[in-house]
Write a protein that binds this ligand. Structure first.
Ligand SMILES: Cc1cc2nc3c(=O)[nH]c(=O)nc-3n(C[C@H](O)[C@H](O)[C@H](O)COP(=O)(O)O)c2cc1C
Length: 178
């Protein structure tokens, strides 16, 4: 129960799937380059799976981004500008899911183009979409609004933004949010 007696939405009992994009390799953390085995957004996606038991789907670029950070930045800019970002596999049938946890890094103030490719044109009628985002300073940026544009028929609600360099100690934050 909240302060005024309103009931907190019971997300845990809804059938859910985590759809996310995440890139490992070289990344930039608070002023330094660092190599990571697992992308930041993937770390958060796995917390959500551990807590909720949700199914999980990773959106993967057909052509992987460069392991080199600076090169990846340029590739991302090109893919966003050209709206050209084919993916390895399409999102699975969503008809049985009531709730979608949608995970994205912030790329140039929004989602990587691959998520647009993956999410456009699907049927979101009656579904709830909860964005979770990792970033290096921009917060949620335009991602909730981008999702509102794409997820026609669905309801996009309260997003969670986590600083990429803090994901390894963010499980409590994720638990509280869920
Ligand atoms: C191509 C690219 C663009 C980025 N643009 C932004 C940005 O606009 N704002 C921001 O705060 N962080 C930006 N970042 C940092 C990422 O959002 C951050 O490192 C995130 O945690 C990466 O998630 P991942 O490891 O799951 O891929 C960018 C990173 C990359 C690689």
């Amino acid at each position: 129960m909240g302060l005024f007696g309103e009931k907190k939405e019971d997300y845990k009992n809804k059938k859910s799937i985590i759809i996310y994009f995440s890139r490992a390799d070289e990344n930039y953390f608070g002023g330094a380059m660092k190599y990571i085995e697992k992308g930041n957004t993937e770390v958060i996606a796995e917390y959500i799976r551990d807590i909720t038991g949700s199914d999980m789907f990773k959106v993967e670029p057909l052509e992987p981004y460069s392991a080199n950070y600076m090169q990846c930045i340029e590739e991302a800019k090109d893919r966003t500008r050209s709206h050209n970002a084919p993916i390895k596999a399409n999102v699975p049938d969503l008809s049985s899911y009531e709730l979608i946890y949608l995970g994205s890094p912030v790329y140039w103030g929004g989602m990587p183009e691959e998520l647009f490719t993956a999410l456009k044109g699907l049927d979101y009628t009656g579904k709830t979409i909860r964005p979770f985002v990792t970033h290096e300073g921009s917060g949620l940026s335009s991602i909730p609004n981008q999702l509102k544009d794409i997820c026609i028929g669905g309801t996009v609600i309260d997003g969670l933004a986590i600083l990429g360099s803090t994901v390894n100690s963010a499980k409590n934050k994720v638990e509280n949010w869920i």
